[in-house]
Structures are given as structure tokens and as C-alpha cells.
Design a protein around this ligand. Sequence first.
Ligand code: SF4
Length: 664
Amino acid sequence: MEEIKGFSNKIIEINLTDKSWSVSEASIEDRKMFLGGKGLGMKLLYDRLKPGVDPLGEDNILIIMPGVVTGTGAPCSGRFEAISKSPLTGIIATASCGGPFGIQLKTAGYGGLVIRGKSKDKCVVWFDHNTVEFRDATDLWGLDTVETQERVLNSSKTESKKEATLAIGPAGENLVRFANISSGHRFLGRGGLGAVMGSKNLKAVVAKGSHYKIVPAEPEKFQKVKKKATQFIKNDAVTISLGKFGTATNVKFVNKEKMLPVWNYSFGDHEHAFRISGEMIKEKHDTKVHTCKPCSIMCGHKGTFNGKESPVPEYETLTLLGSNLGVFDTNAISRFNDICNKAGMDTISAGGTLGWVMEAVEKGLVSPDLFVSSKNSKPNELSANENSSDDLDKTQSGTRKYSLMFGSINGIEEALESIAKGEGFGKEMGLGSRALSHKYGGKGFAIQVKGLEMAGYDPRGSYGQGLAYSVANRGACHLSAFLVSFEVLLGLLKPDTARSKPEFVKFVEDLTCSVNALQTCQFTMYAYTLQPMLTKYTPKFILKNMMLWLPEVAMTLFDFSIYPDLFSSITGIKMSSKEFLKSGERIHVLERYMNTREGIRGRDDVLPDRMLMETIVRDKKRRIVPLKEMLAKYYKLRGYNEDGIPIDKLLKKLKIPSQPSYSV
Ligand code: SF4
């Protein structure tokens, strides 16, 4: 087979049912068309996963993919992707992570890992370049993500310690639909991929690398591109701010624009928002870097919370488990964060679900009597907090009562723990806000799309983001196309108009898919598109007007050629910016096509009623998202029919086979 440099084309396929394994090769054609990471992983899944399988059943498949950039030493090159069918949404889920597993997988000599089947017993899978071992995990079951990874790595039989893990905590074991997978201190966060591992009785996977040397095909060109990329990051105001204050740097502008989720997205700002801002956290909690590795932007931080060192909660955690619940106490949010991290749960879905529960209690849809946890379970055993349960009502009946209401930290830790343990009403909360609203009512204020809870940017302040949430393939995801950056952060696109939004949502979706196929951090998109001369020196008023009135022309002013240059210098395959963007389009449309095979239609490209019918409290502009007029145009641009299905002509144009191969 023709060889491409910079990565191995071998895919390791592990079957947990019969404890077998094999090595296949991705076709060179697929490599060229889908690049790697999310793209090639999507194609591998398309070729292997029959539509309609139970996400928690034996037939679901979990795919882990490094990208072309992973492990090369380029800025922010420590990332990898997971692709599977989500137990939360019932459609395709993808997630990216900056933990150490991706580099070890790649240097073990594999360009991808496919996990199939279901183990009869609880197990851990170990592999290196030429062996796979299935070890018993009975002793690890019940441990949190930190202990699991420590125990697994300490039991290593080798001296080199060149190993990295994927691991789940109790939430994954208990099939919480928004359980995540940890790798080091970073996470494959969204869509419940931890429950997919749990359903397969797979507690952890260990990859031992250092066998395969990643050598760029054109070393000199690669060094030049890398230098330029590093310079762009050093000079860019957004990446500088992310490095200084973390993702919480966004709190200030989001609050100012009334887009901060407060009380389940009823309000868009709060007088205490500054308390959860990156600037305040830096000052109060003595923060230091604590990043994915390697990273040149360094948005990940740790600091002193509750008297000990803990990761600084990300913007999404500060908002969804903070302002959204009416909580602005950073020590409390850090405890919620620690519980979720140790249990292995997505903080966005956890916070979105608790927001729905608090409102449902207020509206009388859910009885507060449901909030009980078993007396036998140690309170806060997943958290380091010793002082937070003083308000628990210890009943005689063997249960402990807790309360949940906006503006109070009380009960939140107990609720999170009961979700992770699948205990009492926690088991229902672990199904997510969509499932709860179907059972109890309150669909209009279940802030989710396609079952995935919305990220912490209220789209009523950023209409393009509203469209992006509604059509994002994995649900209400801000990372599919982060239009907030153009509309609010950079002030390049008028936020409260439908004009030009379909064009830019499509453009950013396609570009983001290609970036995720390379597996370099999405935050590089600021520096890599804004710092090149063409973009930087185009006067802002010209850029703004072009973006509003001539979007297709304006897109040509964004020079993102550094990405295809990285790809070409690593692989030796020539690639233009146009081809790079086309690959992104192909990946996005394939994912959409796979979702339509799972039943997704135009009716699912919606927003919660709250965003379409209610205005934000205190918003003088009285904005609601004009979704309908943006959607029709978006479908047309995409080449979907009026029901949101990619038409044959589009599939042919993008060389996506309308029938996958199930023979692999
Ligand atoms: S910028 Fe942040 S998310 Fe991106 S690779 Fe670095 S630490 Fe990870």
C-alpha cells in the first residue's frame, strides 16, 4: 500500500466480546478525503456501524483517533478525538480531548483505535505496538477517574512509564447518559461516551507508545510553518487572553451582552457575574497553567480552591454549574467541578439538567420530595468538600433529603453525587433534560437541542449561534461553529440580524471540521485566521461590511492556509485551502447523513421555545432568534432538501458513498 508520512495508517481493532484483536489499514483515498482525527474516524464509523443500534448495546462502536498534527510538536498538538453513537442523543457523538492518550496511541504505531463488542467481565485493555492484553478490572470498578488512572498506571509492568489511559468513573459505570471519558486531567466531554465504555464493561484502556517515530515528510517546511504558527499565537489578542485568564475570560463580554445563562437561561446577566470572571479567579485563586500537552495557548489552569489545588473550572462549568443555577461562589463551583471530574460527568449537561430541575420544582412539575439520597452512601464521597452538607435533613427512614433551588448552593453536591451513583431521582436526572421534560413536562425550558444540553452562550444575543446550535450535528454544541466569536467577541458580524448567518455558519462548520480532522486545538482558529496579513490588515470597517453584505467574498479574506500547510508538510500530500475546506464540508455532511439514517430530520433542527418565544429578562432589545428564516437558506447552501436531508447530488459531489461497507 502507498505510504503517507507523519503517521501510521494502521488501525487497531479490538473486540471485547471474544477478546480478539486485529490490525486493518485505512485506505489512502479515505486518508486524503477525510484527513484523520474526527474526519477519518467518522468514515471508519460509517463503514462499521449499522443505523439503529442501541448506543448502550454490544453493537455500538467507540473509535479513538489521533490527528495528522497530534504528536508532531506543532502548537497545541496533544489532541485526539472520539466518535461513537451517543446514549444521550441517539445520534453520532464526537468529542475532542487534550489528554495524553492520543500521542501514546499514535506513537504505538496506530492511526486509530476501534473498540467493538462487550466484555463479559469488567476489564481493562492494555496495548502497545504488537500486543493486546485484557486484564480484570473488578478491583477498579467503583473507583473515580483519578484513582482509576493512578492504580492502572502504577500496575504497569514496564519501567518506561510511556503509557497513557482512557478511564471512566462511577458515572460511566452507572450509564449516566452524559458520562465522559478522562485522559489524564482532560476529558472527552460531551454526548455520554463514558456510558458507552461502561456499557461494554470497559473501565480503562491503556496505550503504550514510544515505538513509532512521528517524522514530518517535509521537515524544513514543517519547522517554518510551526514557527509562523507559534508567532501568530504569541501576537493574537484572543489567544493571549485565553492564556492569561483561561476560558473564563469570556464571562465579562458575555455578561455585558446579556448572553450569560442565569436561572436556566431566564436572565442574561447578573450583578455578581464578575465573581466568576477569569480576571477575578486569577486574582483570588492564585492560578497557574495546567494544560493539555503540548500547548502554546495554555488556556487550562489550576488554582487554590477550598484550601487545596484544583483545576480552575472552565467557562462552561462556571456558567452551567454556576450562573445558570444562580451560583457565583467559585469555591462551590470548584467543588461541583471536582465531583463531576472524579465521577466522570460532563459539567455542561449536568448543569443544564439541574437548571431544568430547579425550574421544574419552581413550576410544580417535579416534587422536591424526590430529592433524597441513601443514608448509607457517604455524603460527598466523590468530593473533597467536608463542610457542605450541613443543611441535609437526616431522616429516620434511611434516606437523606436535600433541596434544589436557584441561587442556593445547597443540595447541588448531593444531586451530582446521586446522578453519578444512579441513586433515587439521580438516576432520572442522569438521563438528561430532554428525557426529564418528556416525562414531567416543561419541554419549552429544557435547554437542549437533539438531546444535548446547550453550551453557556444564550443565542438570543447571537443569532448566528442560534442557527449553529440548531443544526450542529451533535446537538446544542458551541464548538461546531462558534459564531459568538464573529458576532460578539470580535464584533465583526452584527449579532441581531439573520443576514449572512447561514453563510458563516456553514463556513465555520466546514473549517472547524477540518481543524478537528487535524486534531489541533480549535482555539488556534483565532490566531491562525486573524493574524495572517490579509485578514489583519484589511480595515475592520471594510471586513465588517463585506461580511454583512457580501459574505462569500468576505470569506476569501480569511487566510487559513496555515492549516493545509501543516497538513502538507507533515504528510507530503499537497493540499490547497480550498481542498482543506472541502474536506471539512465532506466530514460535516457525512456526519449529517449518518444522523439522518438515525431519523434526524428538519423538525429536529430547532431551539428550545425559550430562545424562540421568550425574551431575556431585562433585555431592552427584546431579542428572540429568527431561526426559520435562517434555516431555509442554510439548507439550500448546504445542498440539503427542505427536510434537511443531504441530497444524492451533494453526496456524489463530495464523493461520499451513499451505502457504506459493512464488510469490515
Ligand atoms: S488552548 Fe486550552 S484546550 Fe487548547 S490545547 Fe491548550 S490547554 Fe488544551
